[in-house]
Every structure is written in structure tokens, then in C-alpha cells.
Design a protein around this ligand. Structure first.
Ligand code: GAL
Length: 814
């Protein structure tokens, strides 16, 4: 590929920004989500246009058919995979293509299909893609009919062979689908690469490499105009170059642009520039292509850990799986944004997309909201973790999948680390017996990444950091990732001198929101060995885990233990807590009837567990005072009351106005606690600084359930068919206190221009269907997820329950 260094034209402010979608007179990218016909287990041959799908269900994508099903331990996914059904689904969509598209190229872009998808257009086979998390494109042009003639896209999705995942995967076309129309001379998919090799406060040099492909059949003299727009939308730099591109050629054109006084991208101020590339032939704009740009520098250091824009920054991350709780894996931008908002408010600044490439919109959100991203490619290489997992496709597909992921994601300023594997089995391997597979593959993967991007750190998340770890020994990684074993973090530099270090996974503590075992807070329990084995030393008969921070998996630690260790070790760049949100599948510590995880700082419905406030007190400056547990116990119980606080010297606790004593955090401890004999009434804590009250926080003994209260996270949503309002239902007593143990059965009724997508309550053992309008409260709370239609108007939500005063709420869809 030829490269051309362009003449640099730096121009300051003043150019106005024109709409990129219409510059070439047609819409480059359109959503292709609506009106698909779907059938599960329909048999073979549905690619044929001769077959009729009349009577199939009509739906809009993204769609996950597993989440619609019933939980059963007999579903082949097993409880480890979420205990929901798999199978083989067919999707068909009939569409027309306007005659204006004749002479252009038309592509279909899938952001992700789980998995083993095969696609046909008008009966022609376009190809297959086994990997369920990768984005891919097919060129439809040669097979299209134009005008009023009908075209048929058929997609077969095969999630029948299970188990193939260690967590809930979902099934179907679960991410967005797009129809992309371009001129024959255009910027291809993932066709740009922007980087900022040189940044000072006065200027940033931006390197833009643009591939321009010429499929017109004749050579063309192409002008490539590249403009950088500031976060405020002003054109701040531009470059232009002319080049003759031979027929069939796809040269990469390199341009260097300068941005004066750049606003830097950071987690607190994620300044987002935009690069707009225009492909012009004969004074006509044939293509307009946008690329995000964040100007930032970062460094991992052996001694001092991570720094961003020259300032030390502890990476305070969480791992998350891709499911969105009750919505399953069906991607929804607002649902992902809500998760990130909740995490941001906790002080989290980083996300690990464990253990697969995310939906592209998640990267956009992280760019915009200020999260550092560890973008992960694989959970296994050649050696399997499950009988039908990606190891079967490894040989044929790993290069292509990894390359496609890097190309797709490398322009996102949020991406700082590429992970090429989690807990890869090839770490182990007896060298004496000649098993060096781990080292060979590690080097190969790193060379694949480096050929496409040398601006990020590359790592793997390892189980062990011993001398014999094949991946570390490969010397392919400057940054070593380590999962768990917090007591070994301090000794890392001795063992691997000269290497940089990050905790890619930590903690794996376990909690059920709102449930507390009345054992002393300091009794730390490590259960169990694995999610499918019985719990060692007990467990609770109702499959709950105490939400005090005193239970973890044996390989992990309590939240406080890992936070303390992180703070002690400045060579640790940061850590990603397992996990931010509870997720479907991997129901550690209990086997069935549990069907989702207990690891989250936040439960599956998005309700924070108490431990959320430990992070908030440690990781944010906003004043925090949180006390727990609830105050509904039996006379005679002795209860440990715990407080997380910041911005204060001490906390005093009162029970019915009687002081229980004033406490201050001791040493590296991050909480205070009191052992209090229970009497009903009001527990009140007051935090003080320099003798002055800072915050107060109260918990009251609640009476019997009397009424429901509904609270919407947003009371105005967009009438775009996708937007969501998350409605929390609380069961209250007659005085308006949340009843912390309430489990009343609620029924949601939604009328107007919206519909009930799903309900949840965060209980990992509930077998109620997520699509059901009936949902029991769990420890006082339930959630209804309301989705807009394509029409504006009021949405009326009502929650009723036998014996309780019902509640209504109206929201607006605009
Ligand atoms: C890790 C693994 C995660 C999850 C976690 C549970 O070892 O990387 O995917 O299984 O354990 O504690």
C-alpha cells in the first residue's frame, strides 16, 4: 500500500460544519433494524426467496431470543450460561433499494450476532461468521434488485450447540444492523486510523491515515479533504491532498494535521474532537466519513503505575459482561448509558469488556463519558473452556477476528489497553515436553495487534504470575495483567523486574442486595470452589449471600481488602473489580436454582448494593455517608451497623436518639462499625468534620407493606422506538418507609406510546420471565423497563398489588 504524506494546512477556527449524512446527496448509513421476520427452530432452507415467512413473528432488532424464554436447569446452556434456551433462529427481511443507489455500493453491517451466523441475499450465500461478538460486513451490490423489486436478506443464527460460553451469551441478531450505501470511490469500513504521536500544551500533531478505495473500474484523481472539528464544532485544522487512485486500488493516505492549544481528553473532561474526511472527485463529494478523536497521552510505568496526560491516575475499573440484565444481550444504548452513569457516580473510571469485544456504541459512550477501556478479544485460544466454544474456530478465525476488532476500535480515545485473552489455558504447558504453544500464540497475537496499532498497551489477564507462565515468558507483553491473589501484588516487581503491572481482575466478592447474615462483620468467608459445586461450609438455604462485605470467592477478596491493597501499591496501575453489575449466568456461589451472578457491586436490575457506597466514599469527592443494614430485625438480635463515609473525621451513631458511640476509620480500614442490640425505631448516623456536622443518614424500622411508589429515572424519553425509562417500584409502609424485606407480587400495566420491555428485581434465583408484567418485589424493590414507540405521546404506567395502594406515573415520549 502506498502512503502519501500530505501537505499540511493548518487553519484556525471559522469553517462551518455541514451535515455529513447529506453531503453526497444520500444517507450513507441507515438503521436496518426494523421489521424482520423471525422464527426459532424453523428447520433448514429459509434462505430461499421461494419460501414464505408469512406467519412468522415480526420484530425489530436488536433481538435476543434467549431472554424471552423460561429458565430451566435443563436448558443446554446450563445455569452457568444463564439457564435460558438456545436453538437455531432464522431472521428474514424484505426490502427495496431505490434506483438512486444504482451505480453505488450497498453493504450490510452487523455489529454482532451470537453466533455462527450465515447470511444470504436473494438466495446467494454471503458467508458465515462464527464469532458472536465481532462486527462484520457483506457487500450486497452484485445481488441487489432496484426500484420496486423486493430483496430478501436471510440470516441463520445457530446457538444450538451448548454449552459454548461461561456466561450468558444471548442468542440472535442482538446488536444493531446497518445498511451502508457508498460511492464506488469511498472510505471503506474502519478505513481510518487517527493517532496523536506528539502532544504539547501548545499543539498536538495528529496523524490521520485514510484508506480510499476505488471500485469504479477506472483510475480516478481523488482529493481527500480532512478536517478536524473541535468539541464545540469549530473546524480547527485541515489538510488536503490529491492523488490518482488506480482502478481496484485501496491506498492508505497519510496526513498530518496540527491542533493548536488542544483540549485534552481525560476521564473528568473527555474532550472529543472529530475528524471528517471527504473524498472528492471532479468537485463532487463522493464520500464523507467521520472518525472520533481524543487528544491524550498516557503511560504505564514500572514503579509509578498509570498516568494520563502526565498526571498519575489510578485506574478504578470494573469488569462487565455484555448482558443488560432483564434486556438480555439485546443491545440498547440507553441501557448501557444508564449502567455507565451509575458507575461514574461511584467513581469508576474504567471498564474492562470481559471477555469479548463490546457493542460499538459502548465505545462511543466511553469516549463521551470519560471511561478508560480495556478492550478484550478472547476468553480462550486453542484450548477449550467449554465443549462448543470458540476454540473450535480458533485456527481459522482468530487472525481475522482480532484484526477486525483492532481496526474497528482503534480510533476510540477511551481504548487504552488491548487484551488478547482472559485466563488462557495455554499459560500452562510443560516446556520440557516441548509445549510452548502459549508463547507462540502470545507472540503471534501481539504481532497482529502491533501491525495495526502501536499506541496502546497490550496484555492478557493471567491466573498466575509465576516464572513458568508461558504468556509472560513469551516476553511479548510489556504490561502484565493479573487476576486476583491480592497478596501477591506487592511482590510483582521482584518477580518480573522491568515489567508494568495491572490487576485485570480483582475481588469476586459475593452479595445479595439487601440480605444480611447477622454474623459479625469481620467474619470473612470464602465460598465456594466453583459455581457448580456445593458450597463449602454452608451457605443459606434460601440461596442468599450476606450483603455485608464479608464473603468472597476463595480466589478473590472482599471489596475492602482489594481496595486497601490497591492503595498500598503504587506500581499497580489500577484494577478492574469483578464485576460492576451482576450478570446472567455463572451463578457463583450457588448452583441451580441460582441463575445469575452475585459478584456485582450493583445488582442485575441496576440497584446498588451497600458496597457501592464504599467505592463512592473512596473514589469520589462528593460527600458520602451510608449506613447499613436495614432496621427490621427481631428483638434480641445483635446487629453490626456499618458506615462508609468520606470528607469527615468521624461518625456518631444514634439509636432512637441514644448515642451508640463515635467512631473514626482506623489505619487503612475504610469503614466504621458498631455492634448494636436491636430495638425498633430510628438509626441515625451523623458525620462530622472539625466538630461540625457534615451529613446525616437515617434508617427506620418499617411497618407492614401498605403502598407502592414508582420513580422514573427519566420522565421524558425520545420517541425513537429504542429509548428507555427505568422505573423503580418501591414497596412502602404507611409512613412512606421502604419495607426492606417486602416481596409483594406487583403487576405493571403500561398504556399510551410506550411498552413494557421487561421487569426485574435483582434476585439471582428468581425464575419469573423477564418479559413478564408480573414481578415480585425483592427486598423491597422491583424494576420496570419502559420502551418508547416511534410515536410521541404520553406513557402511563401503573403498578398494582393485592392489598397495597397502587401507584401510577406518567412519562412523556417526544
Ligand atoms: C475469573 C474469570 C471470570 C469469572 C470470575 C469469577 O477467574 O476470569 O470470567 O469467571 O473468575 O470469579
Amino acid at each position: 500500500m502506498k502512503r502519501l504524506l500530505s501537505f499540511v494546512l493548518t487553519c484556525l477556527l471559522g469553517l462551518s460544519f455541514s451535515s455529513v449524512t447529506t453531503a453526497q446527496g444520500y444517507q450513507r448509513r441507515q438503521s436496518f433494524n426494523r421489521n424482520w421476520h423471525f422464527k426459532l427452530n424453523a428447520g433448514e432452507g429459509w434462505q430461499s426467496p421461494a419460501k414464505s415467512d408469512a406467519g412468522w413473528r415480526v420484530l425489530n432488532l436488536p433481538h435476543d431470543w434467549s431472554i424471552e424464554g423460561n429458565f430451566s436447569k435443563d436448558n443446554p446452556a446450563t445455569p452457568g450460561g444463564g439457564a435460558l434456551p438456545g436453538g437455531t433462529g432464522w431472521y428474514r427481511k424484505t426490502f427495496t433499494v431505490p434506483t438512486e443507489s444504482i451505480g453505488k455500493l450497498v453493504f450490510i453491517d452487523f455489529d454482532g450476532v451470537y453466533h455462527r451466523s450465515e447470511v444470504w441475499i436473494n438466495g446467494h450465500y454471503l458467508g458465515k461468521r462464527p464469532n458472536g461478538y465481532i462486527s462484520f460486513r457483506y457487500d450486497l451490490t452484485p445481488y441487489l434488485k432496484y426500484g420496486t423489486a423486493k430483496n430478501l436478506i436471510a440470516v441463520k443464527v445457530d446457538n444450538s450447540k451448548q454449552p459454548n460460553s461461561r456466561w450468558y451469551s444471548g442468542s440472535g441478531i442482538y446488536r444493531n444492523v446497518w445498511l451502508t450505501t457508498t460511492s464506488k470511490i469511498h472510505v471503506p469500513q474502519s478505513g481510518t486510523f487517527v493517532s496523536t504521536p506528539w502532544v504539547t500544551p501548545a499543539r498536538a500533531r495528529t496523524n490521520v491515515r485514510t484508506t480510499v478505495t476505488n471500485q469504479s473500474g477506472t483510475p480516478a484523481l481523488v482529493t481527500l479533504n480532512t478536517v478536524i472539528y473541535s468539541p464545540q464544532g469549530a473546524a480547527v485544522s485541515k489538510a488536503s491532498v490529491k492523488k490518482t487512485i488506480a482502478a481496484g486500488a485501496s491506498p492508505q493516505i497519510e496526513q498530518t494535521l496540527e491542533v493548536l492549544n488542544p483540549l485534552l481528553w481525560s476521564v473528568s473532561h473527555p474532550a472529543l474532537y472529530k475528524v471528517v474526511s471527504k473524498v472528492i472527485v471532479n468537485n463532487q463529494t463522493l464520500d464523507t466519513y467521520e472518525t472520533p478523536l481524543g487528544i491524550r497521552t498516557f503511560k504505564f510505568d514500572v514503579q509509578s503505575g498509570f498516568s494520563l496526560n502526565g498526571q498519575p491516575l489510578q485506574i478504578r475499573g470494573v469488569c462487565n459482561h455484555h448482558d443488560l440484565g432483564a434486556l438480555g444481550s439485546a443491545f440498547n444504548t440507553r441501557a448501557a448509558e444508564r449502567q455507565l452513569e451509575i458507575l461514574k457516580a461511584m467513581g469508576c473510571n474504567a471498564i474492562r469488556t470481559s471477555h469479548n469485544p463490546p457493542a460499538p456504541e459502548l465505545l462511543d459512550l466511553c469516549d463521551r463519558m470519560g471511561f478508560i477501556l480495556m478492550d478484550e478479544a478472547f476468553d480462550m485460544w486453542k484450548k477449550q473452556k467449554n465443549p462448543f466454544d470458540y476454540h473450535l474456530d480458533w485456527d481459522q478465525w482468530h487472525r481475522k477476528d482480532l484484526e477486525d476488532m483492532i481496526r474497528r476500535d482503534r480510533n476510540h480515545p477511551s481504548v487504552f489497553i488491548w487484551s488478547v485473552g482472559n485466563e488462557i489455558q495455554e499459560q500452562w504447558g510443560d516446556e520440557k515436553k516441548g509445549d510452548t504453544t502459549g508463547r507462540v500464540i502470545a507472540r503471534e497475537l501481539v504481532s497482529i495487534v502491533k501491525a495495526l496499532d502501536t499506541t496502546r498497551a497490550i496484555t492478557t489477564a493471567n491466573n498466575e504470575i509465576n516464572e513458568w507462565n508461558n504468556l509472560i515468558k513469551s516476553n511479548a507483553f510489556a504490561l502484565v495483567g493479573y487476576n486476583y491473589n491480592h497478596k501477591a501484588w506487592a511482590g510483582f516487581s521482584k518477580r518480573w523486574p522491568g515489567k508494568k503491572f495491572i490487576v485485570t481482575e480483582s475481588t469476586s466478592a459475593l452479595q445479595t442486595r439487601g440480605h444480611y447474615d447477622l454474623i459479625p462483620f469481620d467474619t470473612i468467608r470464602r465460598w465456594p470452589e466453583a459455581w457448580d459445586k456445593p458450597i463449602k461450609g454452608g451457605g443459606n438455604p434460601d440461596f442468599t449471600v450476606s450483603a455485608y462485605d464479608h464473603v468472597s470467592a476463595p480466589w478473590g477478596s472482599t471489596h475492602e481488602e482489594s481496595l486497601i491493597e490497591l492503595n498500598k501499591n503504587s506500581h499497580v496501575s489500577g484494577m478492574f473489580v469483578w464485576t460492576g453489575f451482576d450478570y446472567l449466568g455463572e451463578p457463583t456461589p450457588y448452583p441451580w436454582p441460582a441463575r445469575s451472578s452475585y459478584f456485582g457491586i450493583i445488582d442485575l436490575a441496576g440497584f446498588p448494593k451497600d458496597i457501592y457506597y464504599l467505592y463512592q466514599s473512596a473514589w469520589t469527592d462528593k460527600p458520602v455517608l451510608h449506613i447499613y443494614p436495614h432496621w427490621n430485625w427481631k428483638q434480641g438480635d445483635t446487629v453490626d451497623v456499618v458506615a462508609y463515609y468520606n470528607n469527615a473525621d468521624e461518625v456518631e451513631l444514634f439509636l432512637n436518639e441514644q448515642s451508640q458511640g463515635t467512631k473514626a476509620k482506623q489505619g487503612d480500614r475504610m469503614h466504621v462499625k458498631w455492634r448494636v442490640p436491636f430495638t425498633p425505631g430510628t438509626l441515625r448516623a451523623i458525620s462530622r468534620k472539625d466538630g461540625k456536622n457534615v451529613l446525616s443518614s437515617e434508617v427506620k424500622t418499617a411497618g407492614k407493606p401498605a403502598k407502592i411508589q414508582l420513580v422514573a429515572d427519566r420522565d421524558t424519553i425520545n420517541a425513537d422506538g429504542n429509548d428507555l425509562s427505568f422505573i423503580t417500584a418501591q414497596v412502602l409502609d404507611g409512613d412512606g418507609n421502604t419495607v426492606p424485606t417486602a416481596s409483594n407480587l406487583l403487576r405493571f400495566k403500561v398504556t399510551g406510546e410506550g411498552f413494557l420491555n421487561a421487569t426485574d428485581n435483582g434476585n439471582p434465583t428468581s425464575h419469573e420471565r423477564f418479559k413478564s408484567a408480573d414481578r415480585k418485589a425483592f427486598n423491597g424493590l422491583a424494576l420496570a423497563i419502559i420502551q418508547s414507540q416511534y410515536k410521541a405521546g404520553k406513557i402511563h404506567i401503573e403498578a398494582v398489588s393485592e392489598g397495597l395502594e397502587s401507584a401510577v406515573i406518567d412519562i412523556e415520549s417526544k
